[in-house]
Design a protein around this ligand. Structure first.
Ligand SMILES: Nc1nc2c(ncn2[C@@H]2O[C@H](COP(=O)(O)OP(=O)(O)OP(=O)(O)O)[C@@H](O)[C@H]2O)c(=O)[nH]1
Ligand SMILES: [Mg+2]
Length: 309
């Protein structure tokens, strides 16, 4: 999905690039490497939210190559960092899962305000643009106004929606939506859920119930569970991700608000901490502002300005 240019992604990564760029560029460009300089690279990477452990690993590699006499210049260090980061981020299947037999069910989870509902609209639009039929399930019956918010998106995008009353059991809404998806023969059912903190046990249990109901109606559902993380929250997003992975069987990350942060390095940290791939990134507030996560393009964008590769 989303066969588009990388422009929007670059826009999002550009801020992170500026952060890494500002420090690494002045640090490394045109300079000879030495041990002290290599230590400073680590600080620059941690500042960009790559994560302490990974930053150390990356820098260790630079140090090894330096001691072997292979890496001599700042530019060599940049080359090593880029290659390592790309290797880290690639390899997983970054496409959204699809059921063998329609409907495919995509469950969207995350903490309050991370960008779930907006991300549902983005995915709905992208799928519809590919000619696939989409049904939305407004299973956030917790927050007043949540159903109305998704309804507005459904009207703007021209896709159907199944909703319950405010305060209704979200699992019941999921049940009705699954039935409707089968009856209407839609390709993909997108389930929006209430924002919940990773400390709210009752709400976390509710997710399990939603999953159970979906699986009962549709074999293998949910086929994809996307955890929406707010990229501007950096390391906190990683802590959330750990808990959600445990309780919600997260299969992919939608990294929202990448346009609003200089800390896009979190994309790398998340993948490292979870072993779950970042599949999509959000780079703005409109339904067009979504891109597939492209490890090559992302890493290049992180280092834009450092070299032209
Ligand atoms: N800049 C930017 N803003 C975003 C992006 N995604 C979502 N937002 C904004 O973030 C805010 C929260 O988005 P929602 O989609 O309502 O978040 P949510 O997770 O559904 O929130 P709750 O249902 O209350 O938990 C809104 O103002 C969105 O417009 C993004 O990729 N970039
Ligand atoms: Mg919402």
């Amino acid at each position: 999905m989303f066969r588009k240019a990388l422009e929007a992604l670059r826009k999002g990564a550009a801020r992170t690039a500026a952060a890494i760029d500002g420090s690494l560029r002045s640090l490394l460009y045109g300079r000879d490497l030495d041990e002290a300089l290599i230590d400073q690279i680590e600080t620059a990477l941690v500042t960009a939210d790559v994560g302490v452990t990974l930053a150390r690993e990356l820098v260790d590699e630079v140090r090894v190559q330096f001691r072997k006499g292979v890496a001599r210049k700042g530019e060599d260090a940049i080359g090593i960092l880029k290659a390592r980061l790309k290797a880290r981020l690639s390899g997983d299947d970054l496409r959204l899962a699809r059921a063998e037999k329609a409907p495919t069910v995509i469950l969207v989870v995350g903490v309050n305000g991370s960008g779930k509902t907006t991300s549902v609209a983005k995915i709905a639009k992208a799928l519809r643009d590919e000619g696939r039929s989409v049904l939305l399930a407004a299973a956030d019956t917790y927050r007043a106004g949540a159903v109305a918010q998704l309804t507005v998106w459904s009207e703007r995008l021209g896709v159907d929606i199944v909703k319950g009353k405010a305060g209704a059991d979200p699992a019941a809404v999921a049940f009705d939506a699954a039935d409707a998806a089968i009856a209407r023969g839609v390709d993909t059912l997108l389930v929006d859920t209430a924002g919940r903190l990773h400390t709210q046990e009752g709400l976390l249990r509710e997710l399990t119930k939603i999953r159970t109901v979906l699986a009962k109606r549709i074999p293998g559902a949910p086929h994809e569970t996307l955890l929406v993380l707010d990229a501007t929250t950096g390391q906190s997003a990683i802590a959330q991700a750990r808990v959600f992975r445990e309780v919600a069987n997260v299969t992919g990350v939608f990294l929202a608000k990448l346009d609003g942060t200089a800390r896009g390095g979190a994309a790398v940290g998340i993948q490292e901490a979870l072993g779950v791939p970042v599949k999509l990134v959000g780079v703005g507030e409109t339904p067009e502002d979504v891109q597939p996560f492209d490890p090559e393009g992302f890493v290049d964008a992180l280092f834009t300005g450092l070299d032209s590769a």
